[in-house]
Design a binder for this molecule. Structure first.
Ligand code: NAD
Ligand code: IPM
Ligand code: MN
Length: 357
């Protein structure tokens, strides 16, 4: 039987709460499926670790992680540590150093009644946002000049390389081709006169290799409007790092909320482990109460199963989420229910067991 080595980084705030749920689901699904098992190793890295040791992860942390088949991450960030330190030293570091340049964020309404938009339901809200995950506005290039003076200047430079831009756009075309769907590029060339003009040019170039894929191209401001007014316009979407970050929180709001939205950080070449996580943060406002919604973390388990080529099993996990949403009995407060994190997870597990028996 195939064993997958999983590095678990619960992180901060609600991270450990939702990952406990996710790990329990992983244990059960591997037993039920019978073709594979998971070997978990937990790492205590995050803001508490930082406060104790002055660093977000161990010195040999990246070397250690490299040996795993995948990373399962909860959330990073706490009020006690500046966000740009905690996120840059852990989450963004992993995405960048492990060349996880594809960020797959499905925005799929799993249950009709969860739509916040009148007249738009499961048929209309079903898209996959493919976010560039390694450079762009998140390149980390910049400076602070004349610090603390009246002349102070902050520079934050976007970096769009040909390699980085072309590979994400090509990945998105391949995905659209495979699924027989349209591809929409979202950029902002009217204002970002270097980077986004370049993005649009590369999109046009790569498009020539995929005559069978219908394409659209929108400015990001209009795209945000269309996502709400006419979400059916979008099937597969490709966009830059920052635009993808913002649009996927909007997308989460279209499809049941942040507690439900999952993301996979993929290194397609498999030279490094890929990382699976809910897209939400550490939610300090509800941390420690046992009421965080674990469904996003569980959806990312489904993405991990897809990545390991058990798409059939990934689909079963997704269907169990769908069933629990449909029955509406075991939902956390963010979805209007009064269930706890572990009650939701137990219900998912019960549904999975029912499915296999
Ligand atoms: P957040 O996603 O943590 O929370 C936004 C709102 O959504 C809060 O009201 C929160 O209670 C709610 N929410 C989020 N996830 C939920 C869940 N699973 N169940 C129920 N409600 C949920 O975003 P924020 O408040 O802007 O950021 C808090 C911290 O998290 C910051 O330090 C930020 O940098 C960090 N952050 C980390 C990640 C990550 O690790 N991937 C992502 C986003 C933000
Ligand atoms: C996300 C988060 C991160 C991002 C932050 C925490 C750096 O918001 O995964 O969506 O901007 O990518
Ligand atoms: Mn985000």
């Amino acid at each position: 039987m195939k064993t997958y080595k999983i590095a678990v980084i619960p992180g901060d705030g609600i991270g450990p709460e939702v990952l406990e749920a996710g790990v329990n689901v992983m244990k059960v699904i591997s037993e039920l499926d019978g073709r594979f098992r998971f070997d978990f190793t937990f790492f205590p890295w995050g803001c508490e670790y930082y406060l104790k040791h002055g660093k977000m992860l161990a010195d040999d942390g990246m070397q250690t992680l490299k040996k795993f088949d995948a990373i399962y991450l909860g959330a990073v960030g706490a009020p006690s540590v500046p966000d740009h330190i905690s996120l840059w030293d852990l989450l963004l570091r992993i995405r960048k150093e492990f060349n996880q340049y594809v960020n797959l964020r499905p925005i799929t309404l799993l249950e009709e009644s969860l739509s916040p938009i009148k007249g738009k339901g499961m048929k209309e809200i079903d898209m996959l946002i493919i976010r560039e995950n390694s450079e762009g506005e998140y390149a980390g290039a910049g400076d602070r000049l004349f610090k603390g003076t009246k002349e102070e200047v902050a520079l934050q430079t976007g970096v769009f390389s040909r390699k980085g831009t072309e590979r994400i756009i090509r990945y998105a075309f391949e995905e659209a081709k495979k699924k027989g769907k349209s591809l929409t590029s979202i950029s902002k060339a009217n204002a970002l006169n270097y980077s986004m003009v370049f993005w649009d040019e590369v999109f046009e170039e790569v498009k020539q290799d995929y005559p069978e894929v219908p394409t659209y191209s929108y400015l990001v401001d209009a795209a945000a409007m269309f996502m709400v007014k006419q979400p059916e316009r979008f099937e597969i979407v490709v966009t830059s790092n920052l635009f993808g970050d913002i649009l996927t929180d909007l997308g989460a709001a279209l499809s049941g909320g942040l507690g439900l939205a999952a993301g996979a950080n993929i290194n397609p070449e498999k030279e490094f482990p890929s990382m699976f996580e809910p897209i939400h943060g550490s939610a300090p406002d509800i941390a420690g109460k046992g009421i965080a919604n674990p469904l996003a973390a569980i959806w990312s388990v489904s993405q991990m199963l897809d990545f390991f080529d058990y798409e059939d099993t990934g689909k079963i996990v997704l269907e169990s989420i769908q069933n629990v949403l449909k029955e509406r009995e075991f939902l956390t407060p963010d979805m209007g229910g009064d269930a706890t994190t572990s009650q939701v997870a137990e219900r998912i597990i019960k549904r999975l067991i029912q499915y296999y028996n």
